[in-house]
Design a protein around this ligand. Structure first.
Ligand code: NAD
Length: 497
Protein backbone atom coordinates (compact mmCIF):
# COMPACT_ATOMS: atom_id res chain seq x y z
CA UNK A 1 0.00 0.00 0.00
CA UNK A 2 1.24 3.44 -0.80
CA UNK A 3 0.64 6.65 1.04
CA UNK A 4 0.58 9.57 -1.39
CA UNK A 5 -0.40 13.19 -1.00
CA UNK A 6 -2.69 15.50 -2.89
CA UNK A 7 -0.65 18.23 -4.56
CA UNK A 8 0.06 21.28 -2.44
CA UNK A 9 -1.60 23.51 -5.02
CA UNK A 10 -4.77 21.52 -4.47
CA UNK A 11 -4.79 22.03 -0.73
CA UNK A 12 -3.34 25.51 -0.40
CA UNK A 13 -6.09 27.53 -2.04
CA UNK A 14 -6.49 30.80 -0.16
CA UNK A 15 -4.77 29.53 2.95
CA UNK A 16 -1.70 30.94 4.64
CA UNK A 17 -1.98 29.01 7.91
CA UNK A 18 0.07 25.96 8.76
CA UNK A 19 -1.30 22.85 7.11
CA UNK A 20 -2.80 20.26 9.44
CA UNK A 21 -2.02 16.69 8.34
CA UNK A 22 -5.13 14.54 8.01
CA UNK A 23 -5.54 10.99 6.75
CA UNK A 24 -7.98 10.58 3.87
CA UNK A 25 -9.56 7.42 2.43
CA UNK A 26 -11.55 7.68 -0.78
CA UNK A 27 -13.47 4.47 -0.06
CA UNK A 28 -15.62 2.35 -2.37
CA UNK A 29 -18.78 2.77 -4.44
CA UNK A 30 -19.81 6.45 -4.39
CA UNK A 31 -16.92 7.14 -1.96
CA UNK A 32 -14.36 8.58 -4.44
CA UNK A 33 -16.94 10.94 -6.00
CA UNK A 34 -18.24 12.36 -2.72
CA UNK A 35 -14.70 12.62 -1.31
CA UNK A 36 -13.54 14.52 -4.38
CA UNK A 37 -16.51 16.91 -4.03
CA UNK A 38 -15.87 17.36 -0.30
CA UNK A 39 -12.14 18.04 -0.64
CA UNK A 40 -12.76 20.49 -3.47
CA UNK A 41 -15.28 22.45 -1.41
CA UNK A 42 -13.28 22.63 1.81
CA UNK A 43 -9.99 23.47 0.11
CA UNK A 44 -11.74 26.17 -1.93
CA UNK A 45 -13.01 27.56 1.38
CA UNK A 46 -9.44 27.78 2.63
CA UNK A 47 -9.10 24.65 4.75
CA UNK A 48 -5.45 24.36 5.74
CA UNK A 49 -5.05 20.62 5.50
CA UNK A 50 -2.37 18.27 4.20
CA UNK A 51 -4.14 15.03 3.27
CA UNK A 52 -2.27 11.73 3.39
CA UNK A 53 -4.23 9.34 1.21
CA UNK A 54 -4.52 5.73 2.35
CA UNK A 55 -6.16 2.85 0.59
CA UNK A 56 -8.67 0.83 2.57
CA UNK A 57 -11.74 -1.23 1.84
CA UNK A 58 -12.87 -3.58 -0.88
CA UNK A 59 -9.64 -3.70 -2.93
CA UNK A 60 -7.55 -4.33 0.17
CA UNK A 61 -9.97 -7.03 1.37
CA UNK A 62 -10.01 -8.74 -1.99
CA UNK A 63 -6.19 -8.68 -2.10
CA UNK A 64 -6.33 -11.10 0.81
CA UNK A 65 -6.18 -8.72 3.78
CA UNK A 66 -9.24 -9.75 5.82
CA UNK A 67 -9.04 -6.57 7.94
CA UNK A 68 -9.34 -4.34 4.83
CA UNK A 69 -6.50 -2.09 6.00
CA UNK A 70 -2.71 -2.41 5.71
CA UNK A 71 -0.28 -1.74 8.62
CA UNK A 72 1.10 1.41 6.90
CA UNK A 73 -2.39 2.91 6.95
CA UNK A 74 -2.52 2.52 10.73
CA UNK A 75 0.78 4.42 10.93
CA UNK A 76 -0.73 7.34 9.04
CA UNK A 77 -3.81 7.32 11.27
CA UNK A 78 -1.79 7.17 14.46
CA UNK A 79 0.42 10.00 13.22
CA UNK A 80 -2.28 12.44 12.04
CA UNK A 81 -4.98 11.37 14.53
CA UNK A 82 -7.60 12.83 12.20
CA UNK A 83 -9.35 10.65 9.62
CA UNK A 84 -11.69 11.82 6.88
CA UNK A 85 -13.19 8.63 5.51
CA UNK A 86 -15.52 7.97 2.61
CA UNK A 87 -17.83 4.95 2.95
CA UNK A 88 -16.44 1.54 2.15
CA UNK A 89 -17.99 -1.73 1.04
CA UNK A 90 -17.68 -4.65 3.42
CA UNK A 91 -17.76 -7.84 1.31
CA UNK A 92 -20.44 -10.14 2.71
CA UNK A 93 -19.47 -13.42 4.44
CA UNK A 94 -15.99 -14.83 3.91
CA UNK A 95 -14.66 -13.80 7.33
CA UNK A 96 -14.30 -10.11 6.35
CA UNK A 97 -14.62 -7.89 9.42
CA UNK A 98 -16.19 -4.45 8.99
CA UNK A 99 -13.35 -1.96 8.70
CA UNK A 100 -15.56 0.80 10.06
CA UNK A 101 -16.09 -1.14 13.24
CA UNK A 102 -12.39 -2.13 13.40
CA UNK A 103 -11.24 1.48 12.97
CA UNK A 104 -13.62 2.80 15.59
CA UNK A 105 -12.52 0.19 18.10
CA UNK A 106 -8.77 0.15 17.35
CA UNK A 107 -8.54 3.95 17.65
CA UNK A 108 -10.80 4.07 20.71
CA UNK A 109 -13.43 6.24 18.95
CA UNK A 110 -16.08 5.61 21.56
CA UNK A 111 -18.56 8.37 20.70
CA UNK A 112 -20.39 8.62 17.40
CA UNK A 113 -22.24 11.90 16.96
CA UNK A 114 -24.88 12.05 14.24
CA UNK A 115 -26.85 15.29 13.89
CA UNK A 116 -30.07 14.78 11.87
CA UNK A 117 -31.74 18.05 10.92
CA UNK A 118 -34.57 18.89 8.55
CA UNK A 119 -34.28 21.77 6.10
CA UNK A 120 -37.96 22.54 5.56
CA UNK A 121 -39.33 23.89 3.25
CA UNK A 122 -36.29 23.56 0.99
CA UNK A 123 -35.83 19.79 1.38
CA UNK A 124 -39.07 17.83 1.33
CA UNK A 125 -39.76 16.04 4.61
CA UNK A 126 -42.76 14.92 6.62
CA UNK A 127 -41.06 16.45 9.67
CA UNK A 128 -40.52 20.18 9.20
CA UNK A 129 -39.25 20.67 12.74
CA UNK A 130 -36.48 18.20 13.43
CA UNK A 131 -33.11 18.78 15.02
CA UNK A 132 -31.97 15.61 16.72
CA UNK A 133 -28.43 14.59 17.63
CA UNK A 134 -27.94 10.87 18.03
CA UNK A 135 -25.03 9.96 20.28
CA UNK A 136 -24.25 6.33 19.53
CA UNK A 137 -21.95 4.18 21.66
CA UNK A 138 -19.34 3.03 19.18
CA UNK A 139 -17.24 0.18 20.54
CA UNK A 140 -19.39 -2.32 22.41
CA UNK A 141 -22.73 -4.13 22.31
CA UNK A 142 -23.25 -6.74 19.59
CA UNK A 143 -20.47 -4.99 17.63
CA UNK A 144 -17.90 -6.69 19.86
CA UNK A 145 -18.05 -9.10 16.92
CA UNK A 146 -17.73 -12.24 19.06
CA UNK A 147 -19.79 -14.88 17.27
CA UNK A 148 -19.66 -18.67 17.34
CA UNK A 149 -21.49 -21.56 15.77
CA UNK A 150 -22.13 -23.72 18.81
CA UNK A 151 -24.20 -26.64 17.58
CA UNK A 152 -25.61 -27.81 14.25
CA UNK A 153 -28.56 -25.53 14.82
CA UNK A 154 -27.43 -22.61 16.97
CA UNK A 155 -25.13 -19.64 16.46
CA UNK A 156 -24.42 -17.06 19.11
CA UNK A 157 -23.34 -13.39 19.14
CA UNK A 158 -22.16 -11.92 22.43
CA UNK A 159 -23.59 -8.60 23.54
CA UNK A 160 -20.90 -6.92 25.61
CA UNK A 161 -21.73 -3.81 27.64
CA UNK A 162 -19.11 -2.46 30.04
CA UNK A 163 -19.59 -0.06 32.90
CA UNK A 164 -16.74 2.30 31.88
CA UNK A 165 -17.80 2.15 28.20
CA UNK A 166 -21.35 3.08 29.17
CA UNK A 167 -20.34 5.76 31.63
CA UNK A 168 -18.11 7.38 28.98
CA UNK A 169 -20.83 7.58 26.31
CA UNK A 170 -23.54 8.76 28.70
CA UNK A 171 -21.25 11.41 30.18
CA UNK A 172 -20.31 12.38 26.63
CA UNK A 173 -23.98 12.90 25.71
CA UNK A 174 -24.54 15.20 28.70
CA UNK A 175 -21.30 17.14 28.10
CA UNK A 176 -22.23 17.54 24.42
CA UNK A 177 -25.71 18.76 25.38
CA UNK A 178 -24.23 21.34 27.74
CA UNK A 179 -21.57 22.54 25.29
CA UNK A 180 -24.07 22.91 22.44
CA UNK A 181 -26.89 24.48 24.45
CA UNK A 182 -29.19 21.49 24.11
CA UNK A 183 -31.99 21.14 26.62
CA UNK A 184 -32.75 17.43 26.90
CA UNK A 185 -30.98 14.06 26.73
CA UNK A 186 -33.06 10.95 26.09
CA UNK A 187 -31.81 7.40 26.54
CA UNK A 188 -33.13 4.42 24.52
CA UNK A 189 -32.61 0.86 25.78
CA UNK A 190 -34.43 -2.46 25.88
CA UNK A 191 -33.89 -3.06 29.57
CA UNK A 192 -37.30 -4.63 30.09
CA UNK A 193 -35.84 -7.67 28.29
CA UNK A 194 -32.04 -7.35 28.63
CA UNK A 195 -32.07 -6.47 32.28
CA UNK A 196 -28.35 -6.83 32.84
CA UNK A 197 -26.77 -5.38 29.65
CA UNK A 198 -29.27 -2.68 28.69
CA UNK A 199 -30.10 -2.47 32.38
CA UNK A 200 -26.53 -1.31 33.06
CA UNK A 201 -26.82 1.31 30.30
CA UNK A 202 -30.04 2.67 31.79
CA UNK A 203 -28.64 2.60 35.31
CA UNK A 204 -25.54 4.57 34.24
CA UNK A 205 -27.83 7.05 32.44
CA UNK A 206 -29.73 7.69 35.69
CA UNK A 207 -26.57 7.77 37.77
CA UNK A 208 -24.56 10.11 35.52
CA UNK A 209 -27.66 12.16 34.68
CA UNK A 210 -28.01 13.09 38.36
CA UNK A 211 -24.83 15.17 37.92
CA UNK A 212 -26.49 17.24 35.17
CA UNK A 213 -29.63 18.67 36.84
CA UNK A 214 -29.66 21.57 34.36
CA UNK A 215 -30.53 19.15 31.54
CA UNK A 216 -33.92 17.50 31.17
CA UNK A 217 -33.64 13.74 30.92
CA UNK A 218 -35.88 10.80 30.08
CA UNK A 219 -35.66 7.12 29.17
CA UNK A 220 -37.69 5.27 26.55
CA UNK A 221 -37.84 1.56 25.75
CA UNK A 222 -36.21 1.51 22.32
CA UNK A 223 -39.11 0.03 20.34
CA UNK A 224 -41.68 2.65 21.29
CA UNK A 225 -38.92 5.29 21.40
CA UNK A 226 -38.05 4.47 17.79
CA UNK A 227 -41.71 4.68 16.79
CA UNK A 228 -42.02 8.07 18.50
CA UNK A 229 -38.80 9.28 16.85
CA UNK A 230 -40.08 8.30 13.39
CA UNK A 231 -43.46 9.92 14.08
CA UNK A 232 -42.67 12.97 16.23
CA UNK A 233 -38.95 13.74 15.98
CA UNK A 234 -39.50 17.26 17.29
CA UNK A 235 -40.04 15.70 20.74
CA UNK A 236 -36.33 14.79 20.89
CA UNK A 237 -33.11 16.75 21.26
CA UNK A 238 -30.05 14.57 22.07
CA UNK A 239 -30.58 10.78 22.18
CA UNK A 240 -27.94 8.45 23.62
CA UNK A 241 -28.07 4.76 22.72
CA UNK A 242 -26.11 1.53 22.73
CA UNK A 243 -24.33 0.76 19.46
CA UNK A 244 -26.85 -1.28 17.46
CA UNK A 245 -29.91 0.85 18.21
CA UNK A 246 -27.83 3.96 17.43
CA UNK A 247 -26.73 2.54 14.08
CA UNK A 248 -30.26 1.68 12.98
CA UNK A 249 -32.03 4.73 14.36
CA UNK A 250 -29.53 7.25 13.01
CA UNK A 251 -30.26 5.96 9.48
CA UNK A 252 -33.97 6.29 10.21
CA UNK A 253 -33.51 9.77 11.65
CA UNK A 254 -31.39 10.94 8.70
CA UNK A 255 -33.76 9.45 6.14
CA UNK A 256 -36.82 11.19 7.60
CA UNK A 257 -35.10 14.57 7.32
CA UNK A 258 -35.28 14.01 3.56
CA UNK A 259 -32.39 11.68 2.68
CA UNK A 260 -29.83 9.46 4.38
CA UNK A 261 -27.35 11.37 2.18
CA UNK A 262 -27.79 14.52 4.31
CA UNK A 263 -26.18 13.48 7.60
CA UNK A 264 -22.55 13.57 8.65
CA UNK A 265 -20.95 11.81 11.55
CA UNK A 266 -18.04 12.35 13.92
CA UNK A 267 -16.38 9.44 15.70
CA UNK A 268 -14.54 10.83 18.70
CA UNK A 269 -11.94 9.21 20.94
CA UNK A 270 -9.50 10.47 23.54
CA UNK A 271 -6.72 11.08 21.03
CA UNK A 272 -8.07 10.34 17.53
CA UNK A 273 -11.18 11.27 15.58
CA UNK A 274 -12.79 10.04 12.39
CA UNK A 275 -15.28 11.95 10.26
CA UNK A 276 -17.60 10.39 7.69
CA UNK A 277 -21.09 10.30 6.22
CA UNK A 278 -23.57 8.13 8.06
CA UNK A 279 -24.58 6.25 4.90
CA UNK A 280 -22.73 3.49 3.11
CA UNK A 281 -21.01 3.13 -0.26
CA UNK A 282 -24.31 2.86 -2.23
CA UNK A 283 -22.68 0.69 -4.95
CA UNK A 284 -25.71 0.95 -7.25
CA UNK A 285 -25.19 4.71 -7.52
CA UNK A 286 -21.41 4.56 -7.98
CA UNK A 287 -19.58 6.14 -10.89
CA UNK A 288 -22.65 7.99 -12.24
CA UNK A 289 -22.07 11.44 -10.74
CA UNK A 290 -25.37 11.04 -8.87
CA UNK A 291 -24.59 10.80 -5.15
CA UNK A 292 -25.26 13.55 -2.67
CA UNK A 293 -21.92 14.54 -1.07
CA UNK A 294 -23.64 16.41 1.80
CA UNK A 295 -23.18 13.73 4.48
CA UNK A 296 -19.43 13.53 4.00
CA UNK A 297 -19.23 17.31 3.63
CA UNK A 298 -20.97 17.80 7.00
CA UNK A 299 -18.59 15.21 8.47
CA UNK A 300 -15.74 17.34 7.09
CA UNK A 301 -17.33 20.45 8.66
CA UNK A 302 -17.20 18.72 12.05
CA UNK A 303 -13.56 17.82 11.28
CA UNK A 304 -12.67 21.45 10.55
CA UNK A 305 -14.06 22.53 13.92
CA UNK A 306 -12.11 19.68 15.52
CA UNK A 307 -8.78 20.83 14.00
CA UNK A 308 -9.31 24.44 15.01
CA UNK A 309 -10.58 25.82 11.69
CA UNK A 310 -14.09 26.70 12.85
CA UNK A 311 -14.21 29.79 10.62
CA UNK A 312 -13.72 27.64 7.52
CA UNK A 313 -16.27 25.14 8.85
CA UNK A 314 -18.79 27.95 9.24
CA UNK A 315 -18.12 29.26 5.74
CA UNK A 316 -18.61 25.81 4.19
CA UNK A 317 -21.71 25.01 6.25
CA UNK A 318 -23.42 28.32 5.44
CA UNK A 319 -22.62 28.04 1.71
CA UNK A 320 -24.04 24.51 1.77
CA UNK A 321 -27.24 25.71 3.50
CA UNK A 322 -27.57 28.45 0.88
CA UNK A 323 -27.18 25.86 -1.90
CA UNK A 324 -30.02 23.79 -0.42
CA UNK A 325 -32.10 26.92 -0.04
CA UNK A 326 -31.46 27.91 -3.64
CA UNK A 327 -33.00 24.60 -4.68
CA UNK A 328 -29.83 23.13 -6.19
CA UNK A 329 -30.43 19.48 -5.32
CA UNK A 330 -29.04 16.04 -6.07
CA UNK A 331 -31.48 13.33 -7.17
CA UNK A 332 -32.17 12.01 -3.66
CA UNK A 333 -33.71 15.28 -2.44
CA UNK A 334 -34.92 16.64 -5.77
CA UNK A 335 -38.68 17.22 -5.84
CA UNK A 336 -40.48 19.11 -8.62
CA UNK A 337 -42.33 21.40 -6.19
CA UNK A 338 -39.46 22.27 -3.84
CA UNK A 339 -36.31 22.02 -5.99
CA UNK A 340 -35.11 24.31 -8.78
CA UNK A 341 -32.17 22.51 -10.38
CA UNK A 342 -31.29 18.83 -10.44
CA UNK A 343 -27.54 18.39 -10.35
CA UNK A 344 -24.91 15.68 -10.10
CA UNK A 345 -22.25 15.31 -7.41
CA UNK A 346 -19.70 17.51 -9.19
CA UNK A 347 -22.16 20.26 -10.07
CA UNK A 348 -23.48 20.29 -6.51
CA UNK A 349 -19.93 20.83 -5.26
CA UNK A 350 -19.45 23.64 -7.79
CA UNK A 351 -22.69 25.24 -6.58
CA UNK A 352 -21.49 25.18 -2.96
CA UNK A 353 -18.09 26.62 -3.99
CA UNK A 354 -19.86 29.41 -5.88
CA UNK A 355 -21.71 30.32 -2.67
CA UNK A 356 -18.71 30.35 -0.29
CA UNK A 357 -18.96 33.56 1.70
CA UNK A 358 -22.78 33.66 1.46
CA UNK A 359 -25.23 32.81 4.22
CA UNK A 360 -28.65 31.22 3.92
CA UNK A 361 -31.44 33.78 3.77
CA UNK A 362 -34.31 31.87 5.37
CA UNK A 363 -32.73 28.82 6.95
CA UNK A 364 -30.89 29.57 10.17
CA UNK A 365 -27.22 30.19 9.46
CA UNK A 366 -24.59 28.48 11.61
CA UNK A 367 -22.24 30.33 13.92
CA UNK A 368 -19.15 28.44 14.97
CA UNK A 369 -17.39 31.39 16.58
CA UNK A 370 -17.53 29.75 20.00
CA UNK A 371 -17.48 26.11 18.86
CA UNK A 372 -14.81 24.08 20.55
CA UNK A 373 -15.29 20.78 18.77
CA UNK A 374 -16.73 17.62 20.19
CA UNK A 375 -13.88 16.30 22.33
CA UNK A 376 -14.56 16.52 26.04
CA UNK A 377 -12.42 15.53 28.97
CA UNK A 378 -14.42 12.52 30.10
CA UNK A 379 -13.37 10.77 33.29
CA UNK A 380 -14.65 7.39 34.34
CA UNK A 381 -15.50 6.88 38.02
CA UNK A 382 -13.37 4.11 39.53
CA UNK A 383 -15.43 1.39 41.18
CA UNK A 384 -13.95 -0.75 43.98
CA UNK A 385 -13.91 -4.47 43.14
CA UNK A 386 -16.92 -6.31 44.57
CA UNK A 387 -16.79 -9.39 46.78
CA UNK A 388 -17.32 -12.09 44.18
CA UNK A 389 -18.36 -15.65 45.01
CA UNK A 390 -18.79 -18.60 42.69
CA UNK A 391 -22.07 -20.31 43.49
CA UNK A 392 -22.65 -22.36 40.35
CA UNK A 393 -22.08 -22.87 36.66
CA UNK A 394 -24.19 -22.98 33.50
CA UNK A 395 -22.94 -25.83 31.33
CA UNK A 396 -24.00 -25.58 27.67
CA UNK A 397 -24.35 -28.87 25.79
CA UNK A 398 -24.79 -29.83 22.15
CA UNK A 399 -27.28 -32.72 22.44
CA UNK A 400 -29.41 -34.07 19.62
CA UNK A 401 -32.23 -35.81 21.49
CA UNK A 402 -35.22 -33.45 21.90
CA UNK A 403 -36.51 -34.81 25.22
CA UNK A 404 -35.48 -32.62 28.14
CA UNK A 405 -36.60 -35.22 30.67
CA UNK A 406 -34.05 -37.73 29.36
CA UNK A 407 -31.31 -35.11 29.72
CA UNK A 408 -32.48 -34.19 33.22
CA UNK A 409 -32.43 -37.86 34.26
CA UNK A 410 -28.92 -38.29 32.83
CA UNK A 411 -27.46 -35.23 34.58
CA UNK A 412 -29.36 -35.02 37.86
CA UNK A 413 -26.95 -37.14 39.88
CA UNK A 414 -23.85 -35.19 38.86
CA UNK A 415 -22.68 -32.82 41.57
CA UNK A 416 -19.52 -31.16 42.84
CA UNK A 417 -18.80 -28.69 45.64
CA UNK A 418 -22.16 -27.15 46.57
CA UNK A 419 -23.56 -27.41 43.04
CA UNK A 420 -26.56 -29.52 41.98
CA UNK A 421 -28.54 -29.58 38.76
CA UNK A 422 -31.35 -27.06 39.35
CA UNK A 423 -32.66 -26.34 35.88
CA UNK A 424 -32.27 -27.02 32.15
CA UNK A 425 -33.28 -24.42 29.58
CA UNK A 426 -33.47 -24.45 25.80
CA UNK A 427 -33.07 -21.04 24.13
CA UNK A 428 -33.52 -19.55 27.59
CA UNK A 429 -36.84 -21.26 28.42
CA UNK A 430 -37.01 -23.71 31.30
CA UNK A 431 -37.67 -27.23 30.00
CA UNK A 432 -36.63 -29.25 33.07
CA UNK A 433 -37.91 -29.88 35.67
CA UNK A 434 -41.61 -29.52 34.80
CA UNK A 435 -41.24 -28.15 31.29
CA UNK A 436 -44.16 -27.87 28.88
CA UNK A 437 -44.40 -30.37 26.00
CA UNK A 438 -45.31 -27.47 23.69
CA UNK A 439 -41.89 -25.77 24.06
CA UNK A 440 -39.84 -26.17 20.89
CA UNK A 441 -36.33 -27.46 21.59
CA UNK A 442 -33.17 -27.11 19.51
CA UNK A 443 -29.93 -29.06 20.02
CA UNK A 444 -28.56 -26.36 22.39
CA UNK A 445 -29.08 -26.95 26.12
CA UNK A 446 -28.11 -24.83 29.12
CA UNK A 447 -27.78 -26.95 32.28
CA UNK A 448 -27.63 -24.94 35.49
CA UNK A 449 -25.69 -26.42 38.42
CA UNK A 450 -25.87 -24.23 41.47
CA UNK A 451 -26.32 -24.02 45.19
CA UNK A 452 -29.93 -23.10 46.02
CA UNK A 453 -28.68 -21.58 49.29
CA UNK A 454 -26.07 -19.54 47.39
CA UNK A 455 -23.24 -21.43 49.07
CA UNK A 456 -19.93 -20.98 47.30
CA UNK A 457 -17.91 -23.57 45.39
CA UNK A 458 -14.35 -23.53 44.08
CA UNK A 459 -13.49 -23.42 40.38
CA UNK A 460 -11.85 -26.82 40.87
CA UNK A 461 -15.39 -28.07 41.67
CA UNK A 462 -16.52 -26.78 38.26
CA UNK A 463 -13.69 -28.71 36.63
CA UNK A 464 -14.69 -31.82 38.60
CA UNK A 465 -18.29 -31.41 37.42
CA UNK A 466 -17.24 -30.95 33.80
CA UNK A 467 -15.05 -34.04 34.06
CA UNK A 468 -18.09 -36.08 35.14
CA UNK A 469 -20.27 -34.70 32.33
CA UNK A 470 -17.53 -35.22 29.75
CA UNK A 471 -16.88 -38.79 30.95
CA UNK A 472 -20.59 -39.54 30.45
CA UNK A 473 -20.11 -38.70 26.75
CA UNK A 474 -21.80 -35.27 26.56
CA UNK A 475 -20.55 -32.60 24.12
CA UNK A 476 -19.77 -29.54 26.27
CA UNK A 477 -19.88 -26.33 24.21
CA UNK A 478 -19.03 -23.79 26.88
CA UNK A 479 -19.64 -22.74 30.47
CA UNK A 480 -20.63 -19.52 32.21
CA UNK A 481 -19.83 -19.05 35.86
CA UNK A 482 -22.70 -18.07 38.18
CA UNK A 483 -21.52 -15.57 40.74
CA UNK A 484 -22.79 -13.30 43.44
CA UNK A 485 -21.22 -9.86 43.85
CA UNK A 486 -21.55 -8.34 47.29
CA UNK A 487 -24.19 -11.00 47.92
CA UNK A 488 -26.35 -10.15 44.87
CA UNK A 489 -26.98 -12.75 42.14
CA UNK A 490 -25.34 -11.59 38.90
CA UNK A 491 -27.05 -13.73 36.28
CA UNK A 492 -30.46 -13.95 34.66
CA UNK A 493 -33.11 -16.44 35.69
CA UNK A 494 -34.53 -18.94 33.19
CA UNK A 495 -37.79 -17.93 31.52
CA UNK A 496 -40.62 -19.74 33.26
CA UNK A 497 -38.28 -20.75 36.10
P1 NAD B 1 -26.08 2.61 1.71
O1 NAD B 1 -26.20 3.63 2.77
O2 NAD B 1 -24.77 2.50 1.02
O3 NAD B 1 -27.15 2.93 0.56
C1 NAD B 1 -28.52 2.66 0.64
C2 NAD B 1 -29.27 3.54 -0.36
O4 NAD B 1 -29.34 4.86 0.16
C3 NAD B 1 -28.57 3.72 -1.72
O5 NAD B 1 -28.89 2.70 -2.61
C4 NAD B 1 -29.07 5.06 -2.16
O6 NAD B 1 -30.35 4.93 -2.74
C5 NAD B 1 -29.18 5.83 -0.86
N1 NAD B 1 -27.99 6.64 -0.61
C6 NAD B 1 -27.00 6.37 0.29
N2 NAD B 1 -26.09 7.34 0.27
C7 NAD B 1 -26.51 8.24 -0.64
C8 NAD B 1 -25.98 9.48 -1.11
N3 NAD B 1 -24.85 9.99 -0.64
N4 NAD B 1 -26.66 10.13 -2.06
C9 NAD B 1 -27.80 9.65 -2.54
N5 NAD B 1 -28.35 8.50 -2.16
C10 NAD B 1 -27.71 7.80 -1.19
O7 NAD B 1 -26.51 1.21 2.33
P2 NAD B 1 -26.28 -0.28 1.81
O8 NAD B 1 -26.66 -0.37 0.36
O9 NAD B 1 -26.96 -1.12 2.79
O10 NAD B 1 -24.73 -0.56 1.98
C11 NAD B 1 -23.81 -0.59 0.90
C12 NAD B 1 -22.41 -0.90 1.43
O11 NAD B 1 -21.98 0.15 2.29
C13 NAD B 1 -22.30 -2.19 2.26
O12 NAD B 1 -21.13 -2.89 1.87
C14 NAD B 1 -22.16 -1.72 3.68
O13 NAD B 1 -21.40 -2.61 4.46
C15 NAD B 1 -21.42 -0.41 3.48
N6 NAD B 1 -21.60 0.57 4.56
C16 NAD B 1 -20.52 1.33 4.85
C17 NAD B 1 -20.61 2.31 5.82
C18 NAD B 1 -19.39 3.14 6.10
O14 NAD B 1 -18.40 3.03 5.41
N7 NAD B 1 -19.44 3.97 7.12
C19 NAD B 1 -21.83 2.54 6.47
C20 NAD B 1 -22.95 1.77 6.12
C21 NAD B 1 -22.83 0.79 5.15
Amino acid sequence: MQTNELTLEEVQVASDRPLVPITVAHGDGIGPEIMDATLRIITAAGAAIAPEVIEIGEKVYLNGNSAGIAPEAWESLRRTKVFLKAPITTPQGGGFKSLNVTTRKMLGLYANIRPCISYHPYVKTKHPIMDVVIVRENEEDLYAGIEHQQTDEVVQCLKVISRPGTEKIVRYAFEYARAYGRKKVTCFTKDNIMKMTDGLFHKMFDQVGAEYPDIEQEHWIVDIGAAKLADTPEAFDVIVMPNLYGDILSDVAAQITGSVGLAGSANIGESCAMFEAIHGSAPRRAGQNLANPSGLLLGAVQMLVHIGQADIAEKVHNAWLRTLEDGVHTYDIFKEDTSKEKVGTREFADAVIARLGLKPQALKSVDYSTATGATFDIKVTPVPPAKKELIGVDVFLHWNNRDANILGEALKDFKAGNMDLTMITNRGVKVWPNGLPETFCTDHWRCRFKSEELKSSAYSDVIELLTQINAAGFDIIKTENLVTMNGEMMFSAGQGA
